[in-house]
Ligand binder design. Structure first.
Ligand SMILES: [Zn+2]
Length: 473
């Protein structure tokens, strides 16, 4: 069903592109395409930053939600999808197009986002501070989910008259897609690719990114435009080594991990060790309700897995389950872990140690020299994860100060984002056809590195637009 009531327009205006978020930053992904009298949003992400500014930007969308005719969603990460409920509850009448896996992940991630906003507001009020109303609640999320319309990968579909699109696997998280658009206005034909977030060329679980179709313009992410990642093969070696240490010290290995993507990758690596007979007999616990729910969604989308995982599933149907692995649900089950001695592995969220059950595990074990804390990848400034990665001797956790006696390890090989070389290779087949490349979803410094590298390879027209900038295509 299509709810758009506008007549079939035969416009003769230029096709326009406006960058509304993730412009020279890595959060709040949102871009507006205007074609043939219609307005289509690419992503509608939550802007995450300083509290007051973030609230203001998220609450006050830079357009009238009723003026938007459709949304094309690249993937379920909250910085890409997290403000859809604001749009949906303030008059947006169109459809949200996404892959089925993205829709299913959004159902749990948006509900989680609503619960976090509610508990943050309650916490602030309890401590006598001003708290803004949450942007949305779980019933708003339910209403948002009604607007989703799912489309498989690599199938071209009509979004609105003059606007066709297709999702191409981006290999970043389950269901993630690059979005190709074929835009027609009067005699003008414009082909546009929005990469969303681009994954690595050989993701551990997912299929590698599809080669994108030839287009005239590209909006590309640039998160790691200035970096080269550690090789992925290192991951299993480091896990094997840390497990041995945990066994010999009878300690705990605590892994703060993002609920979606990172947790499933770590569990899958442990599964591989298990299947090779190389996993020591140590209880392993995934202690985060969102991580458990997300893992369940992963299980229901085998179409997103790569050939190696599919082959393994012929003999082992659950890539995220083995005898010594347990998923906790209740708070009581989580608390009971505190009283249990090592050796033990605890995988919990949040990934940068900012909130969630991980804080209790760190608090209970960080002063114990038999504990190892494994940090996975980039830790943002001002987070507990960053302070641990930087070698802090004392840290504050839930208002109390602790000595860091645990061993801190960091592994950079599990990133779900392509690095500079991988982005350059991903974009390479497009160089001949592309008239202009817009870099988004990156800080200015990595963007500069990536732009310089691309120009050196013959990309003549590369810019990193600012927020609010409109380009006629
Ligand atoms: Zn992402």
């Amino acid at each position: 069903m299509h709810r758009c009531t506008k007549p079939l327009l035969r416009g003769d205006e230029p096709v326009k592109l406006t960058f509304l978020g993730a412009a020279q930053t890595v959060t709040g992904s949102m871009h507006l395409v205007e074609c043939n009298g219609y307005r289509v949003l690419l992503d509608c992400g939550l802007y995450q930053g300083r509290r007051a500014e973030a609230y203001d930007r998220n609450r006050n969308l830079p357009f009238d939600p009723r003026s938007i005719d459709a949304v094309l969603l690249s993937h379920a990460h909250i910085d890409h999808s997290g403000n859809l409920p604001t749009l949906a509850t303030r008059g947006f009448q169109g459809l949200i197009y996404a892959t089925a896996a993205t829709r299913d992940l959004c159902a749990i991630m948006l509900a989680d986002s609503a619960r976090i906003q509610d508990s943050d507001a309650q916490f602030l009020r309890k401590h006598g501070k001003d708290a803004a109303e949450p942007l949305y609640d779980v019933s708003d999320v339910a209403r948002t989910m009604e607007l989703f319309h799912t489309v498989p990968y690599r199938r071209r579909f009509i979004v609105l008259p003059g606007i066709e699109a297709a999702f191409y696997d981006a290999g970043h998280i389950l269901g993630s897609a690059a979005i190709a658009l074929w835009l027609t206005e009067g005699d003008r034909r414009v082909r546009l690719l929005f990469t969303g977030d681009v994954g690595r060329p050989t993701p551990v679980l997912l299929r590698p990114p599809d080669e994108p179709p030839r287009v005239d313009y590209v909006i590309s992410e640039s998160t790691y435009g200035g970096k080269i990642h550690e090789p992925q093969e290192k991951t299993i070696e480091v896990l094997r080594m840390l497990l041995q240490r945990v066994v010999s010290l009878r300690g705990k290995l605590i892994i703060p991990a993002f609920s979606v993507g990172r947790t499933q990758s770590v569990v899958y690596y442990l599964q591989l060790l298990h299947n090779l007979g190389q996993l020591p007999d140590v209880p392993i616990v995934v202690d985060s309700p969102l991580s458990s729910n997300a893992t369940h969604v992963y299980r229901t989308h085998p179409e997103c897995f790569n050939d190696a995982v599919r082959r393994m599933m012929l003999s082992d149907p659950d890539p995220f389950g083995f005898e010594s692995l347990r998923y906790t649900r209740s708070v009581d089950e989580s608390k009971a872990l505190n009283g249990k001695p090592g050796p033990m592995v605890i995988i919990s969220a949040s990934g940068m140690c900012e909130s969630g059950r991980i804080l209790h595990h760190l608090r209970n074990n960080i002063e114990d020299p038999t504990t190892t804390i494994l940090l996975l990848g980039f830790m943002a400034e001002h987070t507990l994860g960053r302070r641990l990665a930087d070698g802090a001797e004392r840290v504050r956790i839930l208002g109390e100060e602790f000595l860091v006696r645990a061993t801190i390890e960091t592994l950079h090989s599990l990133s779900a984002h392509a690095d500079q070389e991988e982005l350059v290779n991903y974009l390479a087949p497009l160089r001949e056809s592309v008239r202009h490349l817009f870099l988004v979803h990156g800080e200015p410094d990595p963007q500069q590195h990536l732009a310089d590298r691309l120009r050196g390879l013959g990309w003549s027209s590369v810019t990193n637009p600012t927020r609010g900038e409109t380009i006629e295509l």
